[in-house]
Design a protein around this ligand. Structure first.
Ligand code: SF4
Length: 243
């Protein structure tokens, strides 16, 4: 018997959790299992100490077809600033709109999600390298990007929830006297992946549910103008991603 996607969504949503675990071994579950454990490890470890191995990484990497993809993903996913928590909330979260529902464990979405994860990882690593080589990583954002757990700012209205960076793109206009690398224009305007749902300049703080702009002190003008009133508007509007 064949089902439409709508019917499949209905069936999947009502399958008991235990059976779901048995019948699914997909990139969304593998990513969430890895991300959950990795964020725990990052939160637990004192600044500067080595992390323990995360046994959930290899099953996720086994979905990659080439050794270059594996190496790129490994480097990005183990970075303490990689936004695992925000990818869980966007790319790997079901989308519930007024007239549609996108179930992210759909088999036909597997290659799309794998491609998005690969492209976010690639953009993240490029941005990390650009910050190291073209800017000053100790002053470009609110904390030095040196892998140590520096204190995040607290005396401000922004709680660093990262929700305002769940966006397709912004006008890539830099502040005066700042030049961006050419590919940043594409990333900022929404071209890092085909269906950008998250700004690739958003970094996460060591597995905590706190996110910060990696280029805060040189971010585009539209981001600089975003104020507390707009923040409240953004947080009160219902997002499409299910948490
Ligand atoms: S939505 Fe508001 S509180 Fe959250 S990161 Fe953006 S500005 Fe900060």
């Amino acid at each position: 018997m064949w089902y439409t996607n709508h019917e499949l969504c209905y069936i999947y949503r009502r399958t008991p959790p235990l059976i779901m675990e048995i019948i699914t071994l997909n990139i969304t579950d593998l990513f969430k299992q890895f991300a959950h454990r990795q964020q725990e490890l990052l939160r637990e470890v004192p600044s500067g100490d080595n992390l323990r191995m995360n046994g959930k990484l290899d099953p996720l990497l086994a979905l990659c077809s080439s050794s270059s993809e594996i190496s790129l993903l490994r480097q990005a996913l183990l970075d303490p600033y990689f936004p695992l928590g925000m990818l869980e909330q966007t790319v790997f979260s079901d989308v519930d709109g007024m007239r549609f529902f996108i179930y992210k464990r759909r088999p036909d979405l597997e290659p799309v999600l794998a491609d998005e994860l690969g492209k976010y990882s690639e953009a993240f690593l490029k941005i990390r390298l650009d910050i190291e080589t073209l800017f000053d990583p100790t002053t470009i954002t609110c904390i030095p990007l040196d892998g140590k757990k520096h204190r995040l700012p607290v005396d401000q209205w922004c709680t660093l929830c990262g929700v305002c960076c769940q966006i397709g793109g912004v006008p890539p206009e830099p502040p005066a006297k700042i030049s961006y690398p050419d590919h940043w224009y594409k990333y900022l305007s929404g071209g890092a992946v085909d269906n950008q749902q998250l700004c690739p300049f958003l970094f996460q703080y060591f597995g905590e549910p706190r996110f910060f702009c990696a280029i805060h002190h040189v971010k585009p003008m539209s981001c600089r103008y975003f104020d507390e009133k707009e923040c409240h508007q953004r947080l009160s509007s219902r997002g499409l991603h299910q948490q």
